[in-house]
Write a protein that binds this ligand. Structure first.
Ligand SMILES: NC(=O)C1=CN([C@@H]2O[C@H](COP(=O)(O)OP(=O)(O)OC[C@H]3O[C@@H](n4cnc5c(N)ncnc54)[C@H](OP(=O)(O)O)[C@@H]3O)[C@@H](O)[C@H]2O)C=CC1
Ligand SMILES: Nc1nc(=O)c2c([nH]1)NC[C@@H]1CN(c3ccc(C(=O)N[C@@H](CCC(=O)O)C(=O)O)cc3)C=[N+]21
Length: 281
């Protein structure tokens, strides 16, 4: 039996059609003003530059604009905070994305938390995370929220299932675990100090790989019929999970590329349109 492919690329494309229509209405209601997502890139990491470019392109595909802020790698926390303040008070900017990671001298947490809640369409603030975790209204962190939207679109049942999330980073593993918990899954979070990782994964109905190491999670650890979500992305188009034989044994899996990545970008745009609509009211 071959597994169901959770096609994030196709879902993102389909959603973009709906978003284009919503952006057109938003534009009309605001007297022709194009909604804007501001992206901030600090330093010159080529992979980060590519991601930011992809986010700008996605904006334009749905009729939004992106305001691309580029700062040198020598930027200080104070300078970045000042830029974020400026974008917070720009009424035409509906969403702000600060690309992670920032250079080491910058206090990334302070800068994420300076983004105002209404513009935190990437879901990176402590306030947004806390509200989401408590089940209050907030924009979800883009990658885990994109994964939840993908699972929902394919009617993947989560309630009562055992989900194992490998990774606990602030913008991926930790919010992923909270979202799965809110969806009534039983959640295990594994990380670098976890003992017997393979044993935990063997018991999973749903596995989320968010480790940041190519093909670190082995296919043989994953049980037959599991749902396999690979958030990892590495050059050459490999994820954090060794997929190979799983495409036959799993119930469903996200391909790399074409799975989680496009849903991350789509969620960012989706939440920016939401933010614009809320302002128009
Ligand atoms: N497609 C997309 O949209 C996105 C993809 N990514 C990709 O997802 C992956 C993870 O990203 P991110 O969360 O930012 O990465 P981080 O490096 O911030 O986090 C990695 C996590 O994996 C854990 N870990 C590391 N080694 C092990 C190990 N040997 N056993 C178990 N757990 C381990 C770490 O544990 P500890 O906390 O103990 O250090 C940490 O929690 C990367 O491949 C990245 O490229 C990221 C964001 C978006
Ligand atoms: N504040 C912040 N928010 C983020 O969401 C964020 C971030 N920082 N820093 C870096 C990671 C990485 N990330 C990706 C987004 C899309 C793809 C993506 O669309 N990948 C395509 C392939 C792209 C290609 O062809 O190279 C795919 O998987 O199909 C990948 C990775 C978002 N991130």
């Amino acid at each position: 039996m071959s597994a169901l492919v959770l096609d994030g690329k196709a879902l993102a494309k389909k959603t973009e059609e709906e978003l284009s229509a919503r952006v057109a209405i938003l534009k009309e209601k605001s007297g022709g003003q194009t909604p804007i997502l501001a992206t901030i890139l600090v330093g010159d990491d080529p992979a980060s530059a590519t991601y930011v470019k992809m986010k700008g392109n996605a904006c334009r595909r749905v009729g939004m604009d992106s305001l691309q802020v580029e700062l040198p790698s020598s930027t200080t926390t104070e300078q970045l905070l000042a830029k974020i303040d400026e974008l917070n008070s720009n009424p035409n900017v509906h969403g702000i994305l600060l690309q992670h990671p920032v250079p080491a001298q910058i206090d990334e947490r302070a800068c994420f938390d300076a983004i105002s809640l209404e513009k935190d369409v990437d879901g990176v603030t402590c306030l947004g995370f806390g509200r989401m975790a408590m089940g209050e209204e907030a924009y979800g962190c883009a990658t885990p929220k994109g994964i939840m939207r993908l699972l929902e679109a394919y009617d993947i049942a989560l309630e009562g299932k055992h989900a194992v999330v490998v990774g606990r980073s602030p913008i991926l593993g930790k919010p992923m675990a909270a979202m799965l918990l809110n969806a009534n899954a039983t959640v295990t979070i594994c990380h670098s100090r976890t003992q017997d990782l393979a044993e935990h994964i063997r018991r999973a109905d749903i596995v989320v790989g968010a480790v940041g190491k190519p093909e670190f999670i082995k296919a043989e650890w994953i049980k037959d019929g599991a749902v396999v979500v690979d958030a990892g992305y590495h050059p050459g188009g490999v994820g954090d999970i060794e997929l190979g034989p799983l495409s036959e044994r799993a119930a469903a899996y996200t391909p790399v590329p074409g799975g989680v990545g496009p849903m991350t970008i789509n969620t960012l745009i989706y939440q920016s349109v939401d933010s614009g609509e809320r302002k128009i009211g």
